[in-house]
Design a protein around this ligand. Structure first.
Ligand SMILES: [Zn+2]
Length: 675
C-alpha cells in the first residue's frame, strides 16, 4: 500500500515537472523563429529539466507521504507499539535535517545548483530511511522492506550522481542523454527491487542489523552497477571540460559605432571628458588592444565576423540585404553545444533573428523599434541582460549584449554636459543623417564639435549602462569566473574625409575600434597590446581560453598576446573590407574596398575607382598623407598581401544568401542612413 502510494505520488509529481518543462519550451518562443536546430536543443534541455524537476518533486512527495504516515502512526498505532511511530519520527527527523541543509544552502550565494539540490535530497532520503527502517518491527515487513529499499536506492543514485558529475546544465547529444539517464534509472530501479526483496527474505524483521544475504545483495548491486554505469557513460565523461584555472562564463559586450579614440580606456580623459570610466576600470583588470581592426565598417559584416571568426566574404553576410546563413557556426552555437546557457540582447535589426544572429542563443531578445536611429535603449539592454543573469548565473553562461546609442542620430543625455555650450544654428535643424549630410558643406567647426560632443554623451551614457552590468557581476561574485570582452563593430566619421557616418570608407575613424579582454586567470592586468589584431579573433580567443576544441576554429587566438607572449613574426596583420559591388547594389551603396594593416603601415584600395592609399600610422594616425608615391617598396609589399587576400576571399564568396528588400526593409535601411 505504501509503495503504491509512493509510485502514484511520484508519477503525479513527474507529470507536473514535465508540464513545467513544456511551459519552459514555450517561453523560449523559438518555434516562431524557425531555427529548427535551436528548437531541438532548447526542447532537449527543457525536457531534461522537466525530468529532473519531476524527480525532485517526487522526492518531495515521498517526504509528504511519510509525514502522513507519521500522523497516521501517532493517531492509530499507539505509542511505538510496533515501532511504526518511532520509525516515522526518525524518518521525519532525517528529512527535516536534509531540508534544513537545503534551506541554509539556499541563502549562500551560488552554493545551490541543481546537482547539489538533487544530491542533498537523495542523501536525505537515504539517511532518513536508514534511520527508520530498523525500528519497524514484525508485522510491517513490507514497510520495512520499502524503507530499506528507498535507503539503498537513494544512496545508489547519490553515488551515481557524485561519480558522474551530473552537470547543472545538460550538454550532451540526445543519444548520450538517453544512455545516461537510462543507466542511472535502471541502476536505481534494480537496486530498489533487489534490496526490497532481500529485506523481505531476511525474515528477522526485528533485527537492527543487515542480514548477510542483504549485505551481499546490496554490495553486489553496487559492484556490478557502478562499473556498468561508468562504462555506458564513458563517451559522456570524455566531453571537453573547462580548465579549473579559467573562468566559465563569458559576457560579450558589443557597442555599436564606437571609435577607439573616443574611449578613455588608457587615459582618464579625452579632451577633458571622462567618456568610458566603467570600461576603463574594467580594462585595468585585463588587456586593452590598442590596434584592433574591425573586419568591416558597418554592422552586419562586422558582427558576423566577431561571432563566426570569419571574414565577411567567408561568412557571406556582407551585402545590405545579406544574412548570416544557418550553416555558419557561431560562437553561441559552439558554447551551447559545450553546455552553456546562451542569451543575447540586441538593438539593431542587422543583428536580429531575421539576419541569422539568433543561431545558438537560448534566449534572444530584441529591443528596438522601426525608427532605430532615434533609439535610446542602453538602460533597457542592461535590464534585459540582468534578467538573463538573474536566471542563469548558476549555470555556465554566455551573454551577448549589443548597445546601440552611439549610433546616429546623436542625442544629448541628462547627466552629461559635453554638448551644452553650443548654441549655433544646427540646434534648430533636424538631426537626421540625411539632413546633416545634405548640409555637410555648411557645417563649420562649432557644428562638427557639437556633433562630436553629442556622440561623446551617447558613449558616456552607454558606459554608465554597462557599468550596471559590471556592478551586478561584482555583487554576485561572478567577476572571477566570468570572461568579459568589450568590442565595437565600427567607428564613425565626422567629416574627416567629407562624410558623416560609416559604411563607405575603411579609414581609421571607422575600422579602428576598442577591444578589451578580461580573461580571469590568463594574465594581462591592465596591460596594453599594441600589435595589430582583428576583432574576428575573438571567436578563436574565447574557445582557446575555455579550452573548447573546435577543429574548424577560424582565426588566430589572442590568448598568447594576453599572456604576454610576443606575437610571431608577420602575425600583426589585419584585413578589412566593404563589399557592395554594382551587381549587388539592389539597395544602396556602390562600394568595393579592401584594406590591409601590417604593423604601423596601412593600405586602402578602392577597387571600383582603382585608387590606392598608403599610410604610416606611426607618424600619421589621421591618415592625412598618402605615401603610395614615396614608398613604392612598402606599397608593393602591402599590395601583394592584399591581392593574395582578395583572391582567397573571391574563392570563398559563392552562393550568398540575402533578403528580398521589401518596403519595411527599405524603410529601416533608410531610417539608418544606408540608402
Ligand atoms: Zn554598427
Amino acid at each position: 500500500m505504501e509503495l503504491d502510494l509512493v509510485v502514484a505520488w511520484g508519477a503525479a509529481a513527474s507529470a507536473l515537472g514535465l508540464g513545467l518543462g513544456v511551459e519552459e519550451v514555450l517561453s523560449h518562443g523559438y518555434a516562431a523563429l524557425g531555427f529548427s536546430r535551436s528548437s531541438y536543443l532548447v526542447f532537449r534541455d527543457s525536457v531534461l529539466d522537466a525530468v529532473v524537476t519531476g524527480v525532485a518533486a517526487a522526492s518531495m512527495a515521498v517526504v509528504v507521504l511519510f509525514v502522513a504516515i507519521l500522523v497516521w502512526g501517532r493517531l492509530t498505532a499507539g505509542r511505538d507499539r510496533d515501532g511504526r511511530g518511532l520509525a516515522a519520527w526518525r524518518f521525519a527527523g532525517g528529512v527535516t535535517a536534509g531540508l534544513v541543509v537545503l534551506a541554509i544552502l539556499s541563502f549562500v550565494p551560488d552554493a545551490l545548483d541543481r546537482r547539489t539540490a538533487l544530491a542533498v535530497a537523495l542523501a536525505t532520503l537515504a539517511v532518513a530511511a536508514t534511520l527508520a527502517a530498523p525500528r519497524v518491527h514484525a508485522g510491517s515487513p513490507r514497510l520495512k522492506a520499502t524503507l530499506g529499499a528507498v535507503a539503498s536506492s537513494a544512496l545508489f543514485g547519490l553515488i551515481m550522481i557524485l561519480a558522474l558529475g551530473l552537470p547543472s546544465r545538460f550538454c550532451f547529444s540526445l543519444g548520450e542523454v538517453v544512455a545516461r539517464n537510462t543507466a542511472v534509472g535502471v541502476a536505481v530501479v534494480i537496486c530498489f527491487l533487489l534490496t526490497r526483496s532481500a529485506w523481505l527474505r531476511s525474515n528477522d524483521a526485528g533485527s537492527t542489523r543487515l542480514s548477510p544475504a542483504l549485505t551481499r545483495t546490496v554490495l553486489g548491486a553496487f559492484i556490478v552497477g557502478l562499473p556498468l554505469g561508468l562504462w555506458v557513460l564513458t563517451p559522456v565523461l570524455a566531453r571537453p571540460t573547462l580548465s579549473a584555472a579559467n573562468a566559465k562564463n563569458v559576457v560579450l559586450i558589443g557597442i555599436d559605432t564606437l571609435r577607439a579614440d573616443r574611449t578613455t580606456l588608457l587615459d582618464p580623459t579625452v579632451e577633458g571628458r571622462s567618456l568610458t570610466p566603467n570600461l576603463r576600470a574594467l580594462a585595468s583588470r585585463g588587456t586593452v588592444f590598442s590596434s584592433a581592426v574591425s573586419q568591416s565598417s558597418w554592422t552586419l559584416p562586422s558582427f558576423a565576423s566577431i561571432l563566426t571568426g570569419k571574414y565577411p566574404q567567408q561568412h557571406g553576410a556582407m551585402f545590405l540585404t545579406g544574412t548570416l546563413r544557418e550553416s555558419e557556426v557561431t560562437l553561441p552555437e559552439v558554447l551551447r553545444e559545450a553546455g552553456y546557457a546562451t542569451g543575447a540582447v540586441v538593438s539593431h535589426f542587422y543583428v536580429d533573428e531575421r539576419h541569422g544572429f539568433s543561431q545558438g542563443f537560448d534566449r534572444f531578445r530584441t529591443d528596438y523599434d522601426p525608427m532605430v536611429r532615434t533609439l535610446v535603449n542602453s538602460e533597457r539592454v542592461t535590464d534585459l541582460g540582468l534578467e538573463f543573469l538573474d536566471r542563469h548565473r548558476d549555470d555556465d553562461f554566455f551573454l551577448f549584449l549589443h548597445y546601440f546609442d552611439p549610433h546616429y542620430e546623436w542625442m544629448n543625455h541628462a547627466g552629461w554636459d559635453f554638448a551644452d555650450s553650443y548654441s549655433g544654428w544646427l540646434r534648430e535643424d533636424p538631426m537626421d543623417i540625411y539632413n546633416l549630410r545634405a548640409k555637410r558643406h555648411l557645417l563649420e567647426t562649432p557644428e562638427v564639435d557639437w556633433l562630436r560632443a553629442l556622440y561623446d554623451e551617447e558613449i558616456a551614457y552607454t558606459d554608465a549602462a554597462i557599468g550596471r552590468v559590471l556592478d551586478y557581476l561584482r555583487e554576485h561574485r561572478l567577476l572571477d569566473s566570468t570572461a568579459i570582452i568589450v568590442v565595437s563593430d565600427h567607428g564613425e566619421e565626422f567629416l574627416e574625409r567629407g562624410w558623416l557616418g560609416h559604411t563607405i570608407t575603411l579609414n581609421e575613424e571607422v575600422v579602428s575600434v576598442p577591444l578589451v579582454a578580461v580573461l580571469p586567470g590568463a594574465g594581462g592586468d591592465g596591460t596594453v597590446v599594441e600589435s595589430t589584431v582583428e576583432t574576428r579573433s575573438l571567436f578563436a580567443t574565447v574557445l582557446d581560453y575555455l579550452e573548447i576544441d573546435d577543429a574548424q576554429r577560424p582565426g588566430a587566438s589572442l590568448l598568447p598576446l594576453i599572456r604576454g607572449e610576443t606575437a610571431p613574426a608577420g602575425s600583426d596583420i589585419a584585413y578589412a573590407s566593404v563589399w557592395l559591388p554594382p551587381d549587388r547594389s539592389d539597395v544602396g551603396k556602390n562600394v568595393v574596398m579592401s584594406a590591409v594593416r601590417s604593423g604601423d603601415w596601412k593600405l586602402i584600395v578602392d577597387h571600383l575607382r582603382g585608387r590606392k592609399h598608403l599610410y604610416d600610422l606611426a607618424t600619421d594616425p589621421g591618415e592625412a598623407v598618402d605615401l603610395s608615391g614615396e614608398r613604392p617598396a612598402k606599397l608593393a609589399e602591402l599590395l601583394t598581401l592584399l591581392d593574395d587576400w582578395v583572391a582567397t576571399m573571391q574563392e570563398a564568396g559563392v552562393d550568398l544568401p540575402h533578403l528580398e528588400p521589401d518596403d519595411e526593409l527599405r524603410e529601416k535601411l533608410r531610417s539608418l542612413g544606408y540608402l
